[in-house]
Write a protein that binds this ligand. Sequence first.
Ligand code: ADP
Ligand code: AMP
Length: 217
Amino acid sequence: MAPTFIVMLGPPGAGKGTQAKQLAQRMNLVHVSTGDLFRDNLKNETELGVLAQQYMNKGELVPDDVTVRMVEERLSRPDCEEGAVLDGFPRTPAQAEALDDLLAEMGSAVKVVPYIKVPDDVLVERLSGRWMSPSGRVYHEKYNPPKVKWIDDIDGSQLYQREDDKPETVRHRIEVYNEQTSPLIAYYRDKGLLVEIDGTQSIELVTEDLTKAVEEA
Ligand code: ADP
Ligand code: AMP
């Protein structure tokens, strides 16, 4: 069977990571988050991590060429042979075109693009209450709290807040999304791949809508 590539689209804080992890598990696909990949590089103090940090801390996008090279390397690994759920990529029209070329080389194409829609004012509250586990699991102090405050349910590690989830940086990230990423809504709608999902619902209801959208595709 041809590999299945799903692109999760939506502003920062829409719930892409939360949903992408579950979806990937259910579909037995890999979850590829470019944000997680940059953060792993940062933790390991690689050259790529040091470069990316300058952009991430300011809420800016890492340059396209660097990002596309990183994704190309990730998708070439054997665990992506069946496909992947892409989260946080593409984020610019140039990245979307590069992804189309890359997948074409693999004899594949984007299958469906769930677009999780959430208004800007909700995003600020979502991101300022986001608690992360070092393993990448995502919690929210109010909407998805861990059983014990600041402790990961699964492995007991200490949760932390992302440097770029500070309100000033969040507001800038939303602007960057509106300017540079939102053109992808039309890009994928024109290709007939976009499915809009109301991201203001509970996590469970978003999961239900997302599952339906992917099954129909
Ligand atoms: P993204 O990957 O799109 O930036 P996340 O999945 O990290 O977004 O979610 C951002 C924050 O909002 C997290 O703290 C998460 O727990 C919370 N969250 C995700 N989906 C919902 C939802 N449907 N309702 C309320 N909070 C949510
Ligand atoms: P995220 O975890 O998706 O919120 O991404 C965190 C940060 O990583 C972003 O604010 C960007 O600085 C950087 N980043 C993640 N994905 C991309 C991408 N596709 N293109 C450029 N920068 C990215």
